[in-house]
Design a protein around this ligand. Structure first.
Ligand SMILES: [Zn+2]
Length: 581
């Protein structure tokens, strides 16, 4: 994206807001000493680990290491781009940005067209033409409030009413065809006709597509048609209802995933608002990242048929590999949450959610399905499947409990079961947590010199006087990375004549070393700055670099066979030695 705002402008916004107030509008903060503390929204937190410093203009979680400026917080909390986060923060501070952000997104006219189409279809639903569709929705138990909240509408049977409207509003026809709203055959026509329309939004809440369904039986017509994939609609990036469910999920620390939009709407309409639906039955890496970031328990509640069962395995495997907390809910009796709530009421559904089981228990149930335990082959198959599953676990308690159970249930000795268990190759599950920003985890083993350099950098970002000392006394660091960061700090100071951690981080947001800078800030967050310590740091770094140089020269001398060159190197070595004193 092109630079919409200069760093100066962004930092002006940053300085004019109170980070405590902004973060405090998302999570509860309590003052303790100089800082404010709250429950971190970026990991599964129970005690307040997130500290916000008004003085530094930064926040930092001492458990998961999530650290950054007010913009980073909003970016990750709201799941928006950096520049959108800046806009949100500016809005909160009542700062009017001169920029028209609308002009800057190349897809904004598509979003606008969707907004227009949504309103147009909503009006249709309330008109005489939409009466039958409206009645159908009411009959299915969707109140007018829910119809409004989900912006459900109706596309009339006419072939080009939306086309005409878009034309009248001067939308570019090619672009609208690209956006999947209209199509061109012999003439240009509307895509959806005589169907109920459900808008689909992306994670940021922007409308990007429609799902349109028939409301009376029609031969040769698909029950649902969806917008094709477009530049703004990638099925693999959508979880239906995510933008509405996100905050409730954070509050309840739980998100329910169902299979169909109608299910999500039904569950939501029943007052359980932390629910999303997959688009189709698969999850993508994008979804996993989104869910990982949300950091809440997932309840996987797919359809109660064989396709749903298969999808449950596929999705559960992905969740497990990503180390996301989840349980599985298989409904009994009805096919999906929609039918289940209609048949048994929402309280029964809530109860079912509370009784969702672990993935392991779910597998147990599936493996024992249709098995006749009087038949040895069935018993053997069942036990083998269970043991194979068990061999993937590294939970000793679970292993022992399962072995005990199987042993009792089928009167097979524990030794035999253990022997069989050990015959399966021990596959340790790939525990790959998609890191949010997991700085704490990678507490790297730094060399002595590097750890000194990191400390030096922390001092420099904290106070101008240390930048000046660095410039006078050292102005060079051996490690290219640290040298580059220190040079950037110096350049920031020379340009703006001040230093501020939060502003510097904003300044460096495209730097390849941003993660390092944030790690350095995080690692030293509560460090007390002492002038003498800094002077000592400089001395030590100098010493090390002299020692390094001497070592290098000694190696050079011993490698050289040319006597003149050796003499030359020796002289250089003497010079270095002189510096040492
Ligand atoms: Zn945290």
């Amino acid at each position: 994206m092109a630079q919409l705002l200069s760093n100066e402008e962004i930092n002006k916004i940053q300085r004019s807001v109170d980070i405590v107030e902004v973060i405090g509008s998302y999570i509860n903060l309590e003052k303790k000493g100089k800082n404010y503390f709250g429950v971190c929204p970026f990991h599964d937190d129970h005690t307040p680990s997130l500290s916000v410093s008004r003085e530094k203009g930064l926040y930092s979680c001492f458990t998961c290491g999530h650290t950054g400026t007010v913009f980073q917080f909003v970016e990750d909390y709201e799941n928006v781009s950096f520049i959108e986060a800046v806009k949100i923060v500016a809005d909160k501070a009542g700062i009017k940005l001169d920029l028209d952000f609308k002009e800057n997104s190349k897809y904004d006219s598509m979003y606008e067209a969707y907004d227009l189409a949504i309103k147009f279809y909503q009006n249709n639903l309330k008109s005489k033409q939409g009466h039958a569709a409206h009645e159908y929705l009411n009959k299915r138990g969707l109140s007018d409030d829910i119809i409004d909240e989900f912006e459900i509408g109706y596309a009339s049977p006419d072939s080009d009413t939306l086309t005409k409207l878009l034309r009248a509003k001067e939308f570019d026809e090619e672009e609208m065809i690209n956006a999947g709203l209209i199509n061109r055959g012999n003439s240009v026509y509307d895509l959806f006709r005589d169907r109920i329309t459900f808008p689909i939004h992306n994670a940021q809440g922007k409308p990007v597509a429609f799902s349109a369904r028939i409301y009376e039986k029609k031969d040769n017509e698909a029950k649902y048609i969806n917008t094709k994939e477009t530049p703004i609609f990638k099925k693999g990036e959508i979880l239906f209802n995510y933008h509405r469910a996100r905050n409730e999920a954070r509050k309840l620390k739980q998100l329910i995933i169902v299979e169909g939009q109608m299910d999500a709407i039904r569950v939501y309409a029943s007052g359980i608002k932390n629910v999303v639906a997959t688009m189709g039955t698969a999850l993508t890496d994008y979804h996993i990242r989104l869910l990982s970031k949300l950091n809440v328990e997932i309840i996987l509640c797919l359809d109660n048929d064989s396709a749903g069962e298969k999808a449950t395995f596929a999705i559960a495997d992905m969740l497990e590999n990503a180390n996301i907390d989840f349980r599985v809910l298989r409904l009994v009796g009805e096919k999906d949450p929609d039918e289940y709530i209609i048949a048994h009421g929402v309280d029964a559904y809530r109860d079912a959610i509370n009784h969702a089981v672990s993935y392991f228990d779910f597998k147990k149930k599936i493996y024992s399905k249709n098995k006749d335990f009087k038949n040895e082959v069935d018993v053997t198959n069942y036990i083998n499947s269970m043991l194979e599953e068990l061999s993937k676990k590294d939970d000793d308690v679970l292993i022992e409990a399962t072995i005990n159970n199987l042993s009792e249930e089928f009167s097979i000795s524990k030794q035999t079961l253990m022997k069989k268990l050990n015959s399966f190759e021990k596959k340790t599950p790939v525990k790959k947590k998609t890191p949010v920003i997991n700085v704490k985890e990678q507490k790297e083993r730094l060399s002595y010199e590097d750890s000194l350099s990191e400390l030096l950098i922390y001092y420099m970002i904290s106070d101008v006087k240390y930048i000046k000392l660095y410039e006078q006394e050292l102005s060079y660091l051996n490690n290219e990375k640290y040298y580059s960061i220190a040079s950037d700090i110096l350049a920031f100071y020379l340009k703006y004549n001040y230093i501020n951690m939060a502003d510097f981080i904003v300044n460096e947001r495209d730097s390849e070393y941003l993660d390092d800078i944030i790690r350095i800030v995080d690692n030293n967050y509560n460090l007390e700055l002492v002038d003498n310590d800094f002077v000592g740091l400089i001395e030590k770094i100098k010493e090390i670099s002299v020692v390094n140089e001497v070592d290098k020269k000694l190696v050079d001398i011993s490698n050289s066979t040319d006597i003149n060159e050796q003499m030359n190197l020796l002289n250089k070595l003497m010079d270095i030695k002189k510096k040492e004193v």
